[in-house]
Write a protein that binds this ligand. Structure first.
Ligand code: QV4
Length: 474
């Protein structure tokens, strides 16, 4: 179940973290489809516990499979899926199959009004009771398979997916979403479930709904959250046969390189050459909603210049199933999404340049990022060729004769003739500007008969990257 079920000419997923369904429906129609995005990963759809201050992570603590959250109800969800599918944008749901909520004092009331007593492992809304869970224990040794898969991840009540009853409930939940037209699932905490149990569950799902434009016998796209740095007891190899797997090393290494801790010339063998999963099994990202909050090598919107450079490389280099992060502004791990005084999530507002204003970051609306989504579409089905580097952190390469990318991560200018592999003509750099009514608002590059053009990226340019492709010819 590795096929993302995209419309033919598109190939980038965006994670609209914590967005409301009605806003996503509009975003599909107004922005994502016209810009050539392929799909959206949405936040968990099923009812969750309510935590004080409404941190984003309360949504990772399910109370029932009723489709009511702060993003909207079932009707709004169904409307979003239909409208997005209608304009060729696929919806992937973040699903929590590993666990239910963690401890809560007394009776908890979920976002859909359902009561539960998590401390007693009592979730009448499903219903689940103590017998449906593994006995409680803590994960102290992450290389102990039993602990990782049968104890409680940060105290979250751990479902026993080996039981027929639990399996049937999970399958029913996923099938309901398939019926509503989703194209697949991000499986949260997949590593914390035995792969044989997941295999059974994935294998039992209905085919995708043909009424939403999916071909006959199409299977749900599955991408599994498994963090594996190459030497874990529970490894990614147990899961990559079942569906794609999140390639966390991609995120860490790309952060490392663009933060300047590793020369970009080494990226020539990026991908499988770095020991990453094979391209069609790897879900790739510069940052995700978890590691953008860590203090490590991983880049996020707070380092915009490096972030845009890393994203341009991510979308230009032919490796992986690409996902772009779209965040809300945060100070710490618990910062809630933009909300009003009544704790309702608020809708994004857009400025004149299309960027978001009110607490939403919307990286996917940054020109340098959506332009690279267009680049990736324009160069689809081509190979990488003509890798060039200066022996350090200035690099360039071609994608067939359709696209060219150059990056300067050195503290001095890149100024020279380079082979762009493009047909002769004048091209608009889609990073520093865009093509408006046939004219380029940023840098433009004249390519001669031999495919060479003069490339300049100053070390203090606003963006350290330049991108040309055949769909942006002046
Ligand atoms: C606290 C203590 C625990 C204690 C527990 C019991 O920290 O030590 O056992 O109480 O009382 C929140 C709080 C956390 C709290 C927990 C339970 O932050 O402090 O535990 O709730 O009340 C998200 C957040 C977590 C959040 C969780 C549930 O990141 O902070 O925990 O949601 O609300 C590993 C896994 C990987 C996982 C990653 C974070 O292998 O699978 O850790 N990633 C996914 C999601 C992630 C989500 C979960 C899993 C859980 O991407 O966003 O965690 O669904 O690497």
């Amino acid at each position: 179940q590795h096929n993302p079920q995209w419309w033919g000419n598109r190939n980038t997923i965006v994670h609209l973290f914590e967005w409301k369904w009605a806003d996503i429906a509009e975003e599909c129609e107004e922005f994502l489809a016209p810009r050539g995005f392929a799909g959206v990963q949405v936040s968990p759809v099923n009812e969750n516990i309510i935590s004080a201050g409404r941190p984003w992570w309360e949504r990772y603590q399910p109370i029932s499979y009723k489709l009511t959250t702060r993003s909207g109800n079932e009707e709004e969800f169904a409307d979003m899926v239909r409208r997005c599918n209608d304009v060729g944008i696929r919806i992937y749901v973040d699903v929590l199959l590993n666990h239910m909520s963690g401890d809560f004092d007394g009776v908890a009331v979920g976002t859909g009004g359902t009561e539960a007593e998590p401390s007693k492992k009592s979730f009448p809304g499903v219903p689940y009771s103590a017998q449906d869970f593994h006995p409680s224990c803590e994960i102290t040794d992450w290389n102990d398979r039993f602990q990782v898969q049968e104890c409680e991840l940060v105290g979250l009540k751990d479902l026993n997916q080996h039981s027929d009853y639990v399996r049937s409930k999970l399958i029913e939940f996923l099938d309901h979403l398939i019926e509503l037209g989703v194209a697949g699932f991000r499986v949260d905490a997949a590593k914390h479930m035995a792969s044989e149990d997941l295999e059974y569950i994935y294998g039992s799902l209905s085919n995708l709904n043909i009424e939403h434009g999916f071909p006959h016998n199409a299977r749900a796209f599955i991408f599994q959250e498994v963090i594996d740095h190459g030497h874990e007891t529970v490894s990614r190899e147990e899961y990559n046969g079942l569906g794609a797997v999140t390639e966390f090393r991609f995120s860490e290494e790309i952060g490392n390189a663009f933060r300047g801790n590793n020369a970009l010339k080494w990226l020539q063998s990026w991908g499988a050459g770095w020991g990453f999963l094979s391209s069609d099994q790897a879900l790739t990202f510069v940052d995700n909603h978890d590691n953008q909050r860590d203090h490590g090598a991983v880049l996020n919107y707070k380092s915009p210049k490096q972030y845009k450079m890393a994203t341009a490389f991510h979308l230009a280099y032919p490796y992986g199933i690409s996902r772009v992060m779209s965040s809300f502004a945060f100070d710490d791990h618990d910062t809630p999404p933009p909300q009003d005084a009544q704790e309702n999530i608020i809708s994004p507002e857009f400025g004149e340049d299309g960027g978001c204003l009110n607490g939403w970051i919307c990286e996917h609306r940054w020109r340098q990022i959506y332009a690279m989504v267009g680049f990736k579409n324009a160069v689809r089905d081509t190979e990488l060729s003509e890798w060039w580097d200066n022996g350090d952190s200035q690099i360039s390469f071609c994608r067939g004769n359709k696209g060219f990318l150059a990056v300067n991560n050195n503290l001095y200018d890149l100024s020279q003739e380079l082979n762009t592999c493009l047909p002769a003509g004048e091209y608009c750099d889609v990073i520093s500007g865009s093509l408006v009514d046939g004219a380029c608002t940023g840098k433009s590059v004249k390519v001669n008969e031999r495919g060479y053009g003069y490339i300049h990226i100053g070390s203090d340019d606003f963006d350290g990257v330049l991108a040309l492709h055949v769909d942006a010819k002046v």
